[in-house]
Design a protein around this ligand. Structure first.
Ligand code: FES
Ligand code: FES
Length: 163
């Protein structure tokens, strides 16, 4: 068994879990954060992406024990109360989803792409950076448009992490 002390979506969490507990199971079943989805279980689809200490991680193939002492952000943690994160707003504005199954992982990935961009984002870069996130519904065009739109709004703001 492993005792986990972590900050999840800004709240301190303490739990004891089996050593082989997957991070996605810990989030979904132990913490009830079911916005993080499981699409493949094999690190291919990106439905399970969460942010740990500033980097994106596929939680379906990560151990919960590895998150001990870390700060984790899931899709439940990106909005500010009733106010959507600007990447969520952009997805809404551009109709960048159909079934929505891939969307939580895509939003977490998109925020990471935008925040780590060293300069203006272009379509080719966004498509390259999305290679770990599979969407079976949309054909990606609206997702890419939403990310480029949100990136532009980030660039116009001096505050990078404000929703
Ligand atoms: S469920 Fe983790 S990458 Fe598909
Ligand atoms: S919107 Fe359905 S899988 Fe992406």
């Amino acid at each position: 068994m492993t005792r986990i002390e972590a900050v999840v979506n800004g709240k301190k969490v303490t739990k004891t879990v089996d050593d082989n507990r997957l991070l996605v199971t810990f989030l979904r079943e132990d913490l009830g954060l079911t916005g993080t989805h499981v699409g493949c279980d094999t690190t291919q689809c990106g439905a399970c992406v969460v942010n740990i200490d500033g980097d994106t991680v596929k939680s379906c193939t990560s151990l919960a024990a590895g998150a001990n002492g870390c700060s984790i952000t899931t899709i439940e943690g990106v909005a500010h109360g009733e106010r959507l994160h600007r990447v969520q707003e952009a997805f809404h504005r551009h109709h960048a989803l159909q079934c929505g199954y891939c969307t939580p992982g895509l939003i977490i990935t998109a925020i990471d792409i935008i925040e780590k961009a060293q300069g203006p984002l272009d379509e080719a870069t966004v498509r390259q950076e999305l290679k770990g996130n599979l969407c079976r519904c949309t054909g990606y065009q609206n997702i890419v448009s939403a990310i480029l739109d949100a990136a532009e709004k980030y660039a116009m703001s001096s505050v990078s992490k404000v929703a």
